[in-house]
Design a protein around this ligand. Structure first.
Ligand code: NAP
Length: 338
């Protein structure tokens, strides 16, 4: 990545009409509303990426009413780089808009060496958030997540750390990610008892990964907790990205660790082609249909997409123009997914 601190991108004046185009959904039973579409900084914001493109992805998002940016301590590469780059952008673009933004970060996966830089201890979570705030150059985040369950640490300790962080004012709300239904209900009960409600759960959810339909969404509804679906496009597979081969600048080619080329194979690609044909009949791109398909369930507060360009982000935002499905379309999609 080229970094030139003397380069002046110009003052960012957000589009005055930005709130007219977005739908905002209440997050569980909280007072907080999130945009139906949120943007994640897992990929494309590291030190190997183009900071100007990253800047324009966020500017384009916010101009269309996307008020929620999602980070984690280890987003990069290397770990910490996405928060650091966001901090650079924040100083110039986002500081005047801080109160219009919902910023989240997380800890729970591998971050630094030794026994205190991973999983769910109070030691790790509190130290990690302090590091994140320094990298991002902000006083607080809106949501702090425990990034994944830790089978070794008592849930009371992990939830106690979230409660402490909220009481300190370093995060306004507490969230969890990747927790199964029973763990989620227990986490919510512990937090409730401490006086800090669980705001939100961040599970993986897409047309190709539907585990949340097996109990998690019901639990969240019962507990009054919101849901934000990550990897809704299966990292690019549920788009037209791979229908003509493997583009050089695609995730599968640039960083095959998470989206493996060998998983984008004949049978799966055929399924994507069939979904693409339905999307075309609806007058949408496949990415748009994949997003709309998740938002048809009102229990989904927000769909958390990634994008490697402002153009992709605009395409994704276009999903909001057509969220409704005919019964027949849903049946056809179901038949393909089965
Ligand atoms: N809680 C967790 O454990 C967890 C785990 C993973 C992610 N997340 C969060 O979820 C966010 C989204 O995850 P994700 O990046 O995997 O989501 P995704 O939306 O499923 O995939 C994003 C990728 O899809 C491609 N894409 C996006 N829009 C497109 C369009 N309109 N047309 C064609 N291709 C398009 C781009 O790939 P190319 O790069 O190939 O262009 C982009 O990088 C992350 O940034 C992070 O904030 C959370």
């Amino acid at each position: 990545m080229k970094i030139d601190d003397k380069y002046d991108p110009g003052f960012f004046r957000a589009d005055a009409a930005r709130y007219e185009r977005m739908e905002y959904r209440r997050c569980g039973k909280s007072g907080l509303r999130l945009p139906a579409l949120s943007v994640g900084l897992w990929h494309n914001f590291g030190h190997t990426d183009d900071l100007e493109k990253a800047r324009n992805i966020l500017r384009t998002s916010f101009d269309h009413g996307i008020t929620h940016f999602d980070l984690a301590n280890n987003y990069g590469p290397p770990f910490g780089a996405a928060e650091e780059n966001f901090g650079r952008l924040f100083r110039k673009d986002w500081a005047p808009y801080r109160d219009e933004l919902i910023l989240s970060t997380k800890a729970g996966w591998d971050m630094w060496p030794g026994p205190y830089g991973n999983f769910g201890s109070r030691k790790y979570l509190i130290a990690s958030l302090d590091q994140s705030l320094r990298r991002m150059g902000v006083d607080y985040v809106d949501i702090f997540y425990h990034h994944r369950p830790d089978p070794q640490t008592p849930l009371e300790e992990t939830m106690g750390a979230l409660d402490h962080i909220v009481r300190q004012g370093k995060a306004l709300y507490a969230g969890i990610s990747q927790y199964k239904p029973e763990e989620t209900a227990r986490a919510a009960a512990i937090l409730r008892q401490m006086g800090t409600p669980l705001l939100i759960h961040q599970p993986r959810y897409s047309m190709l990964d539907r585990w949340v339909e097996d109990g998690l969404l019901d639990t969240l509804e019962q507990e009054g907790v919101g849901a934000i679906a990550f990897s809704p496009l299966e990292q690019g597979l549920l788009t037209d990205r791979y229908l003509q081969g493997f583009p050089e600048d695609s995730r599968a080619v640039r960083d095959g660790r998470y989206l493996r080329k060998d998983r984008i194979s004949g049978e799966r690609l055929e399924l994507v082609r069939r979904l693409n044909a339905i999307a075309q009949k609806r007058g949408q791109t496949l990415a748009q249909m994949a997003i709309a398909w998740l938002l048809k369930d009102q229990r989904i507060t927000s769909v958390l997409v990634g994008a490697s360009s402002p153009k992709q982000m605009l395409d994704n935002i276009g999903a909001l123009e057509q969220l409704a499905f005919e019964r027949e379309e849903l049946d056809q999609i179901e038949a393909i997914l089965k």
